[in-house]
Design a protein around this ligand. Structure first.
Ligand SMILES: NC(=[NH2+])NCCC[C@H]1O[C@@H](n2cnc3c(N)ncnc32)[C@H](O)[C@@H]1O
Length: 417
């Protein structure tokens, strides 16, 4: 048998292998695949010693073999939740100050407790991820629950115990330090309240811990607060962002840096931009809820892949630079007749610390009033890095100007791996 044939056969049957990026790689050709350090790539074919045909989040392309290393499974799996870094970040005051300073967020939770104070009497509440304990203190000070279990995994829990005592709530509020997944609580609860929402609603995937706590500790017929959540989307213009990040390179200080524009676009627009403050007038159409989650029935496996559809009608002509995403959460009243309260983090509501998330297209498209933009969104949770996901968008633009012309587009935004 001629050696080449053996090589060919070996190549054909060579197994698909996982590799990890050891450095950032920015594609310079269309058939190449960009990735960042730590990305888990699936190598389908070692086409040549230097270039391998690989896949990342469903996108295929050539990657330089020197930029990847074999993925040693055990080392990657146990760091999947990045708990060291995650709970460490909540151990300092920075994030808690940001959340407590967010008045729309904090006052909504206070209003929920206040407007349900009668029904809360004699009930048992769990505050999951209590942080400094603000929601637990609202419960103890504004209502008369039988007990509040304040659960917090970060070192902040030690401070929270002190805050509970200093505010005279120690007879009602008990602080449990640890991950809710590992804690034994005194008993089941009537209400499970938590402020778990991350950017684009699900990033950090604390929601998995909330659902697990629900299944383990919420009484039959108990209340989840928030009781439901929605992810909203809108096509928008982002003139300022586009000018600062892309147009800038055309003539800085009279020099021609325009050959850097494609690099800039890959570097700045490949991932979502968190904490982007939109103006209402940036919306090109009315927003729409692309995902709605019922927190009483949602199941943990549902979180792996969530899909939504959208159809926007362009209300005013403008440049479609990208999509903006945000979330809202609703709080059902404990007695059927009370009002459902809502915290909405969209551009038509008071600004919160989340602001909005901007998903920039590779190239802007001018849209005319009356055009329609329809498509689907897919939130694909990262199978390895459990607090991460990829947000993929597919869309079709149908113009009223010339009916048969329609443009389609698609883009995937890793958040972050
Ligand atoms: N809205 C957010 N994006 N983050 C705000 C809530 C996050 C708080 O919940 C805590 N936390 C998160 N997960 C857990 C868990 N499984 N068990 C206990 N505390 C947790 C975390 O330490 C932090 O104090």
């Amino acid at each position: 048998v001629i050696m080449e044939e053996v090589d060919e056969d070996l190549k054909k049957c060579q197994p698909v292998e996982d590799f990890v990026g050891v450095a950032d790689f920015c594609a310079t050709e269309d058939n190449q695949l960009s990735f960042t350090t730590g990305d888990r790539l699936r190598v389908h074919d070692r086409t040549s010693p230097e270039w391998w045909w690989a896949e990342l989040y469903g996108l295929f392309g050539y990657v330089p073999s020197s930029y990847v290393r074999p993925c040693i499974d055990e080392e990657d799996v146990d760091d999947a939740w990045q708990d060291e870094e995650y709970f460490g970040s909540y151990g300092s005051l920075k994030l808690h100050l940001e959340m407590l300073s967010d008045k729309p967020r904090t006052e909504t939770y206070r209003e929920v407790v206040l407007s349900n104070r009668h029904c809360l009497e004699g009930r048992v509440v769990m505050d999951l991820g209590c942080g400094t304990g603000i929601i637990s203190l609202f419960c103890a000070r504004l209502a008369e629950p039988a007990a509040v279990y304040a659960v917090e995994a970060s070192p902040m829990a030690d401070q929270t115990r002190e805050l509970v005592t200093r505010n005279g709530c120690q007879s009602v509020v008990s602080v449990f330090k640890g991950r809710v997944e590992e804690l034994a609580l005194p008993g089941k609860v009537d209400v499970l309240v938590s402020e778990w929402m991350g950017n684009c609603l699900l990033f950090e995937f604390m929601v998995e811990s909330v659902l697990l706590a629900r299944d383990r500790w919420l009484k039959e017929g108990g209340m989840m607060w928030p009781s439901s959540a929605a992810l909203s989307l809108v096509p928008c213009q982002a003139e300022e962002e586009y000018r600062r990040k892309i147009v800038f390179w055309e003539k800085p200080y009279g020099l021609d840096f325009s050959c850097l524009k494609s690099l800039a676009q890959k570097e700045f627009f490949s991932k979502p931009k968190f904490s982007h403050e939109m103006k209402p007038e940036d919306c090109l159409s009315a927003p729409c809820d692309v995902l709605t989650l019922d927190m009483h029935s949602l199941q943990i496996p549902d979180l792996e892949k969530l899909k939504g559809e959208f159809c926007f009608r362009v209300e005013k002509s403008g440049t479609f630079h990208g999509f903006a995403a945000w979330f809202s959460v609703q709080f059902q009243s404990l007695d059927e007749v009370g009002p459902t309260l809502e915290l909405n983090t969209g551009p038509h509501h008071p600004l919160t610390h989340w602001k909005q998330t901007l998903l920039m297209l590779d190239s802007p498209v001018f849209l005319h009033q009356g055009d329609s933009l329809s498509g689907m969104i897919l939130l694909h949770r990262n199978p390895v890095w459990r607090r991460h996901m990829t947000l993929s968008l597919h869309w079709t633009i149908r113009s009223t100007q010339d009916s048969e012309a329609c443009k389609t587009g698609q883009k995937s935004f890793p958040m972050w791996r």
